[in-house]
Structures are given as structure tokens and as C-alpha cells.
Design a protein around this ligand. Structure first.
Ligand code: DGL
Length: 276
């Protein structure tokens, strides 16, 4: 395997740019190919079979372009398709769920961890399984927050509406916990690519509900795991500043426009590809 080859990062759409941004901060010298499956987004309400089929076709595109490793930036695809992709492709494949679960298990003092994500991610139980690998006694409370993705994609993450929606979901999460136990939530996993964009709203809502909660970001946790793995396998590129090639399956202009909310430098030179 050539250490100068690019790293492939794919997501159901534009949200994975938050993960790409976090990885680039830790590994700026790598070249990346980012693939956003914008023609088939969202994955979060689909069946496991469909998610595996979509994720496999995205990974195939990246493998055909010679990537040395793949990061599944999408939580939903990580929850459903990681094992299938690892069986199908012969390069290292990283999901976002294990790294951030390990981070949350390390941080929690109260052994009460919350996870918010899409319906497909929460219903898969993948987070509970992963967290219990590192913290077998932790109680894990999941909540699907399907309105968060459209709010972010609409560019409304700083609006009053976003504040109200976030508050309502988090109040439900806390009510669920209180109805079942006396535990205090102290750690919350942002289990969806779009949620880091709502981080301030989430922190504000939790503070107004009287909770001191640490927020765990998938991109940051995954970036550290990727860094360690590339170092161990001596696959780290040896250059100053790498580049990113952006690919999408729908309108390239959309990635550049909405990408502004997700990254400091919005994506440029976005190319359209067809995936069957
Ligand atoms: N990228 C997805 C995730 O992280 C959110 C958007 C979707 O539903 O496809 O779960």
C-alpha cells in the first residue's frame, strides 16, 4: 500500500464534511477524496439492507480511485454497513461509532451516557454495543432526533426554531432517563454528522435544563484513531499540506453552498459522479 495515496471519506451527503474537517486538522498532510451521496441522502430513515447497498457502492467508487483507507463519516452507514464493507474490501475501513464510544466511556463519571442520532442509527443499537465494550456497566440512553438534519441543511442552525427543537428533544431524552433511573447524564454523543453544527444550541439547551454534560464529537474521536492507525502501519503521507477532491452524486453547487456551515473553507471544484 502506497502511503502517498489519498484517504477516502464518504457520507450520505454533506454532513460528513464535519468529520473531514476534524480529520484534516489532525492529518493536514494527507490527500483526501470526499464522496457525498447527495442523490440518495438521507440514509437515516432507510432499512439496513438499503444502507449496506448504498455504502458498498460508495466505498467501491473510492477503492477504484486508489484510496489507502476509508472513513465512513456517516453514523448511519457506520452503524449498519461497517462489517459488510470490511468483509468486501481489502483496505482499512474506519467507522465513527467505535472511536466516539470509547471517548464517551472514558469521560463518563456517572456511567450515564446519552446518544442522539438518526432513527436508523439509534434503532440499530450499535452505540449501546460499542459503549458496553469499553464501559460494561454504563447505562446508554438513545434518542432519534430526525428534525436536526433538515434544520442544519436549511441553514437554520442559529435560528430560534433550532433552539426550540433542540430543547424539546433534549428535554425528552432527560425525561426518559429520569423516568427510569436516578442517574445523572454527564456525557452525550453527537451521533450524526450534522450535529456538531448544532453544538452551541445543544450546549445551551442542556445548560438551560440544568445539566452539565460533556459533548462527544465523532469527527474528533475518529481523527485520533485514524492518526494512530496510520502511524502504526507507516501509512502516513509525507507532505506539508494535502488536497481534497470532492465528489457528489447530485448537484455539485449544493455542496459548495451548504458546505459553508460545515467547514471554515467551503468545498471548491466539486465533481459530479453517477453511482448505480
Ligand atoms: N450522515 C447521516 C448520519 O450521520 C445523517 C444524514 C442522513 O440521514 O443520511 O447519520
Amino acid at each position: 500500500m502506497n502511503s502517498e495515496a489519498p484517504i477516502g471519506v464518504f457520507d450520505s451527503g454533506i454532513g460528513g464534511l464535519t468529520v473531514l474537517e476534524a480529520i484534516r486538522q489532525v492529518l493536514p498532510g494527507e490527500n483526501y477524496i470526499y464522496l457525498g451521496d447527495t442523490a440518495r441522502v438521507p440514509y437515516g430513515n432507510r432499512t439496513s439492507q438499503t444502507i449496506i447497498r448504498y455504502a458498498t457502492s460508495c466505498a467501491r467508487q473510492l477503492v477504484d480511485r486508489g484510496v489507502k483507507a476509508i472513513v465512513i463519516a456517516c453514523n448511519t452507514a457506520s452503524a449498519h454497513a461497517l462489517e459488510a464493507l470490511r468483509k468486501t474490501f481489502d483496505i482499512p475501513i474506519f467507522g465513527v461509532i467505535t472511536p466516539v464510544s470509547e471517548m464517551a466511556a472514558r469521560l463518563t463519571q456517572t456511567q450515564c451516557i446519552g446518544v442522539i442520532g438518526t432513527r436508523a442509527t439509534i434503532s440499530s443499537g450499535a452505540y449501546t454495543t460499542a459503549i458496553h465494550t469499553y464501559a460494561p456497566d454504563a447505562k446508554v440512553y438513545g434518542l432519534a432526533c430526525p428534525l436536526f438534519v433538515p434544520l442544519v441543511e436549511e441553514g437554520w442552525s442559529n435560528s430560534q426554531v433550532a433552539g426550540m427543537v433542540v430543547h424539546e428533544y433534549l428535554k425528552n431524552l432527560l425525561d426518559n432517563i429520569h423516568s427510569e433511573s436516578d442517574l445523572t447524564l454527564d456525557t452525550l454523543i453527537l451521533g450524526c454528522t450534522h450535529y456538531p453544527v448544532l453544538k452551541s444550541r445543544i450546549a445551551e439547551a442542556l445548560a438551560s435544563l440544568g445539566q452539565h454534560v460533556q459533548l462527544c464529537d465523532c469527527g474528533q474521536a475518529t481523527a485520533q484513531v485514524l492518526l494512530q492507525s496510520l502511524n502504526q502501519s507507516q501509512l502516513r503521507a509525507n507532505r506539508g499540506l494535502g488536497s481534497v477532491n470532492y465528489l457528489v452524486t447530485d448537484d455539485p453547487a449544493q455542496l459548495s453552498a451548504i458546505g459553508r456551515s460545515f467547514m471554515r473553507e467551503p468545498p471548491k471544484n466539486v465533481e459530479h459522479i453517477d453511482i448505480v
